[in-house]
Design a protein around this ligand. Structure first.
Ligand code: ADP
Length: 511
């Protein structure tokens, strides 16, 4: 695969989508936002933490692999587990005292907007969309301060019985607490020496401690639900945060209540906007029952598009009864990319989706149901646009706007990503999923689906890594919607109306 060719394609895609974004009316984003307290762990920090605990007790806890943080020892156990593999992890805590213990014993470097919906809202607002409507059920005054200060960013509020749209700073709920998550970042090469455990951290990554205060409920306010028609025209909805649903609540409510509520909100949004496309951004969900319920009851047959990373593909396959494929995805190895592609296809089929977008370090794959109204070049451009946004986020820790993103076109396409895709070539061409030429374009034609893949830009020394996945998924989904809207207006370069001189690159696929 040609490095230079993919650099040029990134450029072309960026400017094409930049222009198309103005065709969008509005995007709705719900539900989760929080404040991230970030601490980059130094060897001294780790030593200090290790000194606070008995080493034998710590080793025992590591072996227990705590799935929830109930006391400080659990934090250190999960931290060691994450650092040994250099593997990102997210663990919930329902214990408010953990926050005060961390403030007292460690402290944080800085705080910023966190949570998928919060990150995605700020991204879309800064991409200058006409309207981005965020909805966060627990919008506190403090939390509102972390939203981008732009006029296009709005949040629903009930005033004198009517739904009005205002900036979050004027739409927050008074007297509500804030959800603060802790993010412990660590660097490759750090030497960890504790008891019998001695290792060097193999890669930069992080452990997230996700706070789940008792009052946190994933639901839509009744009055807002009743007045959803006042949100105005919307092209798409990006939904996330379902991982917060608990099996049981102290007041007797169960996950079924919150799943039911979520489904009602989806159905109402769809009924009000018949052309609306919905995307769900998945993240790790420890509880298997909740993971399976979200996939089968909220996503399957209702949602169009799903965004996720490799681990999440494996986890989703696992609860859908595809243990073998799930294992092949997680094992990676030489055939990892093939398993990943097959896994994405299984998710597309099992959940009756229109689009499954998997992002990895160095490449993205997007599997599409036959008959999608946008051609493969459009889908490829959407992924390439997302890759440039990801580079911006990795370079600066945030995406300030389109101008800043344009500058990150200079970040090179990942050589490793190109190499991984070469491994995929033999499989695709051998199975007659595409010709060699089609593969060079990034196009695959399956029996009951199509796919596009791209090598992506990777920043060698990223400023931050949290939220890049959300940026990729939201950027690609929004880019795709923008191209579809532009085509509908007959203005797209690849619009069906301008198909006269169709080349392979602009081939429109059909069912
Ligand atoms: P998050 O949930 O924090 O968004 P994910 O695991 O979902 O994290 O996504 C991380 C994605 O970010 C990876 O799949 C990769 O595509 C991208 N990424 C990570 N590091 C870099 C980097 N240095 N440069 C560009 N992209 C990166």
């Amino acid at each position: 695969m040609e490095f230079e060719e993919w650099e040029l394609r990134h450029k072309e895609a960026f400017f094409e989508i930049k222009e198309a974004l103005s065709y969008l009316e509005g995007i709705f984003v719900a539900y989760n936002s929080n404040i991230d307290a970030i601490k980059h762990l130094t060897p001294e920090d780790l030593c200090h933490l290790l000194e606070l605990f008995d080493q034998d007790a710590l080793q025992e806890r590591v072996e227990l692999y705590p799935r929830e943080i109930k006391e400080p020892l659990d934090i250190l156990a999960r931290l060691l587990l994450s650092m040994r593999e250099g593997k990102a992890a997210e663990v919930p805590t329902y214990t408010p005292e953990i926050h005060s213990w961390l403030k007292e014993n460690l402290g944080f470097d800085y705080a910023r907007m966190g949570g998928q919906a919060g990150i995605i809202t700020n991204l879309l607002a800064r991409l200058e969309l006409k309207k981005v409507v965020a909805y966060v059920p627990w919008l506190s005054e403090e939390q509102a301060g972390y939203f981008a200060n732009t006029k296009n960013l709005l949040h629903p509020k009930i005033e004198r019985g009517k739904l009005v749209l205002k900036h979050p700073k004027e739409a927050f709920k008074p007297n509500i607490g804030s959800k603060v998550n802790w993010i412990f970042e660590y660097s490759k090469g750090m030497l960890v020496d504790c008891g019998t455990d001695k290792f060097t951290v193999p890669r930069d990554n992080r452990l997230i401690l996700s706070s789940r205060p008792k009052w946190l409920r994933l639901e839509m306010d009744q009055q807002i639900y009743a007045a959803l028609d006042s949100l105005g025209p919307l092209d798409g909805a990006i939904l996330s945060g379902y991982q917060m649903i608990k099996e049981e609540y102290e007041d007797g409510a169960t996950y079924s209540d919150y799943v039911g509520n979520s489904v009602k909100a989806i159905e109402k949004l769809k009924a009000l906007n018949p052309g609306l496309r919905l995307h769900v951004e998945l993240t790790s969900i420890q509880n298997r029952l909740i993971r399976k319920t979200i996939l089968k009851e909220i996503i399957a047959g209702r949602i169009h598009s799903l965004g996720l990373d490799t681990v999440e593909v494996a986890n989703a396959l696992n609860v859908l009864g595809e243990e073998e494929l799930s294992y092949a995805v997680i094992k990676k190895g030489e055939n990892g990319i093939i398993a990943l592609y097959q896994g994405a296809v299984r998710l597309l089929q099992a959940l009756a989706l229109e689009r499954v977008h998997v992002h990895c370090l160095g490449f993205y794959i997007c599997v599409l149901a036959k008959g999608h109204p946008l051609n493969l070049k459009g889908h490829r451009n959407a992924l390439l646009f997302a890759s440039t946004l990801a580079a911006t986020k990795a370079l600066h820790g945030k995406v300030e706007g389109l101008l800043e993103s344009e500058a990150s076109l200079k970040v090179p396409v990942s050589e490793k990503g190109l190499e991984d895709l070469e491994n995929f070539k033999l499989y695709c061409v051998g199975r007659k999923l595409c010709t060699l030429d089609e593969f060079e374009y990034g196009y695959v034609y399956g029996r009951d689906h199509n796919a596009v893949f791209v090598p992506s830009k990777v920043v060698s020394e990223p400023k931050a890594t949290v939220g890049i996945g959300d940026t990729i998924s939201a950027g690609a989904f929004t880019g795709m919607l923008a191209l579809m809207k532009q085509n509908l207006a007959g203005k797209g370069k690849n619009s069906k109306r301008k198909e006269g001189s169709q080349t392979l690159e602009t081939r429109v696929f059909s069912a």
